[in-house]
Design a binder for this molecule. Structure first.
Ligand code: ARG
Length: 276
């Protein structure tokens, strides 16, 4: 397993795509130090091939998840008190009181509507080694029933190959003269045939039943720091940004947690959390 992981890291380092003249070298599947999954690197790694948008335009459902003052992941409001995100966002960040959910912002430096977190549940099947079941549910200390802030419902459509969904998120760019960028971006990506995705990732990563793949190879994809954010189809959250080798790679699609598949976990967790 160790050599496989080393291999992933190596290949990731080698896979360096040139999109729109920008070099995007990403280390998103450095599973040995998976905390790195949500750290910025030295290159522009925002939603790739998309456009700048506002949270308002999207519907106000996108949350910025902040840990100890640092932006870490995206999330989706699915109930006035509940946020859906990825389990890997919590690696090394298990202290409930250090989490803040920021709603209603488009630029990361905005104040927005802030909520402390009362509790969270990660799928107990989640393993950082294989990223299986990369899903988590957070309970807020007080309601986000606020003007301008919206919710998504849980997916109820089959994600057939070719179906187009929207993924949005904040990526941090490390200043290369121009200073940090904090704008929200969105891009539309089609579902990729699971068998193709499996084959592409063979033997680097196992595409499990809890995963779905989407991107336009070489052109459109989510990227580091988009993690935990929603892949959306008609006001429904159908995927959760999970991982990828590189971003907008010509070979490796973006991998998302399949919300239809993990729905039993989500519904059960909501029930448990709302009783706390
Ligand atoms: N793991 C990354 C994060 O924590 C998301 C990577 C998504 N990568 C991709 N190529 N779609 O932000």
């Amino acid at each position: 397993m160790r050599s496989l992981l080393g291999c992933i890291v190596l290949v990731t380092a080698l896979v360096s795509d040139h999109v729109h003249g920008q070099e995007i070298t990403n280390h998103t599947i450095d599973v040995e130090k998976v905390a790195k999954l949500v750290l910025p690197n030295n290159h522009d790694t925002r939603v790739i091939g998309g456009q700048v948008t506002t949270n308002w335009k999207l519907g106000g459902y996108l949350m910025a998840l902040v840990y100890a003052g640092d932006f870490v992941c995206g999330g989706t409001l699915i109930h006035d008190l509940i946020v859906l995100t990825a389990a890997h966002c919590f690696l090394g960040r298990m202290k409930v009181s250090d989490w803040t959910v920021v709603a209603g912002i488009s630029k990361l430096d905005q104040k927005g509507v802030r909520r402390k977190v009362k509790d969270f549940i990660l799928s107990e099947k989640f393993k950082e080694e294989d990223m299986n079941m990369d899903v988590a549910v957070m309970l807020l200390k007080s309601s986000l029933r606020v003007k301008g802030i919206g919710k998504l419902s849980l997916c109820s459509v089959n994600l057939n190959p070719g179906l187009e969904l929207t993924v949005s998120g904040w990526g941090m760019t490390v200043a290369r003269g121009s200073g940090p960028q904090t704008l929200l971006r969105t891009v539309t990506v089609p579902i990729i045939h699971k068998s193709n995705c499996r084959a592409a990732y063979q033997p680097m990563a196992k595409i499990t039943d809890s995963m779905i793949c989407a991107s336009v190879l070489g052109k459109k994809d989510a990227c580091t720091y988009d993690s935990g954010g929603p892949l959306v189809y008609k006001k429904q959250v159908c995927g959760i940004v999970s991982f990828g080798i590189g971003c907008a790679s010509k070979r490796y699609p973006g991998v998302y947690t399949d919300v239809m598949y993990v729905k039993p976990f989500i519904l059960k967790s909501i029930k448990v959390l709302l009783k706390r």
